[in-house]
Design a protein around this ligand. Structure first.
Ligand code: ADP
Ligand code: ZN
Length: 532
């Protein structure tokens, strides 16, 4: 039976404090909740830790009928459902891990009106039979969590999400709310279209996370041992604090975790090569132990909610600014200061591109992913406030510098390297992708003994003698980070070729300026940075 009066924000607030123990809504939560309570469709883009779940949980409880939540990961569903049950909310989940008996019990509870929230996976819904059963029930709302997964323009596209547009047809009178932490303008439009949410109100909260202190460091070399050593050093400097170290591969993850344990840190490896039970055990340990460090691949992610993570270190950079923000955003969820430190190098770009190349996706989609990776690397190697760069990327054009990142704290000197960049691009073009980075520099500075006769005929032979080899290395690295040059892996000896033709043309015409950071001179035994 419908309540005599429709529930409003006051009811929502009292529920928030009674069941969740929170004094009041924060950010855009109250607006989103009011909209959903009123039965209208919503797309809410709230940053990680912004409290997206109560935006649909509270209206689902207050509105008559069953609230359906579509969620992409079993672990995420399990967490949320267990938390809700402990808070006394009638919640259940239907996923592949639920037995037949439990299933019938859940459907019986749903039919009798005893259930407030039912979590399902997108593939479960796509099976069809589930939609039919749901159609017989009064639904209070349909929530689609991690909605960016529906978009090929997002960074985590999942084909199973594509069918969710059907919900609009099957349940035309049920309000739907899509939530995500990461969606640029294009992804937002795509979500609205794909989920048939054309009439939805869109809420985009600020992406500012003032308690996060961001920094990025160029790796000194492509050597894994060096990177591992740097990670261990960074973690030891933060001894006793809880943190996450992201690695690009399972091997790397095991290796770094072992090295950290050898160095006396309580480090736990976590990746998709472990079965679910093992992963759950490790997650529980991480949540329970003070000062534990999780060393993980991206398998460790969505929905992980440990409030006191004090640092997130990327031993290998992620694939996009969206992923970067989401992963860094796992730090400081309690609002206290936390650090995000990213190590990156030219070999990481080559690796990222190679991995994308191996993925089964449409060429158009691949191009988008390549561009996203390049935007991330350009930010990492850039001289713009980290937080400002990310927030601009998400459409906050008026974001101010954060004041606490490595760039704000110690603004790097940059110089205009447009002319040297033109020379380097021209040389790579003339050389036709035959040479690797070091040999391109030899060509520019005419410092090689094994010069080829045809090479000497080129107009670019020796045109860069005014810049030191180290200077060239910085410029060429930067051109790689900006995607103006690309390294094609070739038997481990990468050859350098031209990148995005349009961007290259813009540099030739000096329409695009190239700013290169003057890197600090490091004391290094390798002689890599030996200039004074
Ligand atoms: P996300 O947006 O990342 O999914 P969650 O819904 O998991 O965020 O919420 C993140 C944390 O913030 C949770 O611990 C949640 O209980 C807490 N939270 C949510 N809303 C509020 C609020 N209004 N006041 C205080 N804490 C809140
Ligand atoms: Zn800053």
């Amino acid at each position: 039976p419908r309540p005599a009066t429709t529930p409003g924000l006051a009811d929502a607030r009292s529920l928030l404090s009674r069941v969740w123990g929170h004094g009041d809504f924060r950010g855009l939560q109250s607006e989103v909740v009011a909209e959903v309570l009123a039965g209208r469709d919503v797309l809410a883009v709230l940053p990680t830790g912004g409290g997206k779940s109560v935006c649909y949980q509270i209206p689902a409880i207050l509105r008559p009928g069953l609230g359906l939540v579509v969620s992409p990961l079993i672990a995420l569903m399990t967490d949320q459902v267990e938390a809700l049950k402990q808070q006394g909310v009638a919640a259940a989940r239907l996923d592949s891990g639920v037995s037949l008996d439990e299933r019938s019990a859940i459907w019986a509870a749903a039919r009798s009106g005893a259930l407030d929230l039912l979590y399902v996976s997108p593939e479960g819904l796509a099976a069809g039979a589930m939609m039919d059963r749901l159609a017989e029930l009064p639904l209070s709302l349909i929530a689609i969590d991690e909605a960016h997964c529906v978009s090929q323009w997002g960074h985590d596209f999942r084909p199973d999400y594509r069918n969710l547009g059907l919900l609009a047809e099957r349940f035309p009178h049920v309000p739907r709310i899509a939530v995500t932490a990461t969606a640029d303008a294009r992804t937002r439009d795509d979500i609205l279209r794909s989920l048939r949410l054309e009439g939805a109100r869109v809420f985009v909260d600020s992406f500012a996370r003032p308690n996060l202190q961001l920094s990025a460091e160029r790796k000194e070399s492509a050597s894994r041992a060096r990177t591992d050593a740097r990670v261990i050093e960074l973690v030891r400097e933060r001894r006793g604090k809880s943190g996450v170290v992201y690695c690009g591969s399972r091997d790397g993850c095991e290796r770094v975790a072992q090295a950290l344990r050898d160095a006396g840190t309580d480090a736990i490896a976590y990746h998709a090569g472990m079965d679910t039970k093992e992963r759950d055990r490790r997650l529980e340990r991480f949540l329970a132990e003070d000062g534990a460090v999780m060393v993980a691949t991206i398998a460790f992610g969505m929905g992980v909610d440990k409030a006191d993570v004090r640092f997130v270190i990327h031993a290998d950079p992620p694939g996009s600014l969206e992923a970067y923000w989401q992963e860094i955003g796992r730090g400081g969820r309690d609002g206290e200061p936390a650090e995000g430190i990213t190590l990156y190098g030219p070999s990481d770009i080559a690796w990222t591109l190679r991995r994308l190349d191996g993925r089964p996706m449409a060429e158009e989609v691949k191009q988008v992913q390549v561009r996203k990776a390049r935007q991330l690397f350009a930010m990492l190697d850039g001289a713009v406030c980290r937080a400002q760069a990310v927030r601009r990327y998400f459409g906050e054009t008026d974001a101010a510098p954060c004041g606490v990142c490595d760039i704000c704290g110690d603004p790097p000197q940059t110089y205009d390297a447009t002319v040297p960049a033109q020379k380097a691009l021209a040389a790579v073009q003339r050389l036709g992708g035959r040479f690797g980075r070091g040999r391109v520099i030899d060509h520019l500075t005419s410092r090689t003994k094994d010069v080829q006769p045809w090479e000497q005929q080129l107009s670019t032979w020796g045109i860069g003698a005014d810049v030191s080899p180290n200077g060239w290395r910085d410029i060429i690295d930067h051109l790689l980070f900006e995607g103006l040059l690309v390294e094609d892996p070739n038997d481990g000896k990468p050859l350098v070729g031209l990148g995005d033709p349009e961007a290259v043309r813009a540099v030739y015409k000096a329409e695009r300026k190239i700013e290169v950071r003057r890197l600090p001179v490091r004391a290094s035994s390798s002689g890599r940075r030996d200039r004074s």
